[in-house]
Design a binder for this molecule. Structure first.
Ligand code: 13P
Length: 250
């Protein structure tokens, strides 16, 4: 029933020509990916146009990695959700831990970004996840629960139906250390339960992706879990072969 999704978050990597080539390699291999798996590419802003040219007409969707919390106007350096939609994006990653940590994004900022994304028809890929010290202190359920409640509980049923959630434990991002399938399933189930407390049966249809050192060698076990509907992939999304192998892991 739920969508299966494998999304590549390229972060601040590749130059535009390299990004276009990577997208082309992925499009060329798409026949190897089961047709019920939605592939999404999230390149840097500067590559969106070029990557869109490459994936146009294919089943691959385009995502941005962030958007402004304002509609338009004098906000130097910001990129609006309307601009992204007009560039061909259908998704936008919001609340990635790197944005929370390095650019001080708070739930208040994220509420604004969420509203802008939804008004402009973008599907938010909303990231949550605890830091190592929070997990070690046994606070991961509290932290993730708050991240879900503070930003998603204000949405309408129509809006929540557009949202994809990504659970990315900060201690697993780029570290080579993956959450075990059991650890990931446990918290994915908790996220779904938290969503169900507010949105009832709608929670059953919300895709929840795992992110954090996901690679071809561990994707199969992760994706086999009941509440894991795919992955948000960093490092391994920069190699077409690995990204495709992950997408074949359901
Ligand atoms: P890695 O796959 O490189 O650990 O990154 C995960 C991530 O942050 C995706 O958004």
């Amino acid at each position: 029933m739920r969508m299966k999704i494998v999304a590549g978050n390229w972060k601040m990597n590749t130059l535009p020509a390299e990004g276009a080539a990577l997208a082309q390699d992925i499009v060329n291999a798409i026949a190897e990916v089961p047709s019920d798996v939605q592939l999404i590419l999230a390149p840097p802003f500067t590559h969106l146009d070029r990557v869109e040219e490459v994936i146009k007409g294919s089943a691959v969707a385009l995502s941005a990695q962030n958007c402004a919390d304002k509609d338009k106007g004098a906000y130097t350096g910001e990129v609006s959700a309307a601009m992204l939609a007009a560039t061909g994006c259908t998704y936008v990653i919001l609340g990635h831990s790197e944005r929370r940590e390095y650019y001080h994004e708070t739930s208040a900022t994220l509420n604004g970004k969420m509203a802008m994304a939804l008004v402009n028809g973008l599907r938010p890929i909303y990231c949550v996840g605890e830091k190592l010290e929070e997990r070690e202190a046994g606070r991961h359920f509290d932290v993730v629960g708050s991240q879900i409640k503070e930003v998603l509980y204000g949405l309408t049923p129509e809006q929540i139906a557009c949202v994809v959630v990504a659970y990315e434990p900060v201690w697993a991002i780029g570290t080579g250390k993956t959450a075990t399938a059991e650890q990931a399933q446990e918290i994915h189930a908790f996220i779904r339960k938290t969503l169900a407390e507010k949105f009832g049966v709608l929670a059953e249809n919300i895709p929840i992706l795992y992110g954090g050192s996901c690679k071809p060698s561990n994707a199969r076990e992760l994706f086999a879990q009941n509440d894991i509907d795919g992955g948000l992939i960093g490092g391994a999304a920069l190699k077409a072969e690995d990204f495709i192998a992950i997408a074949r892991s359901f």
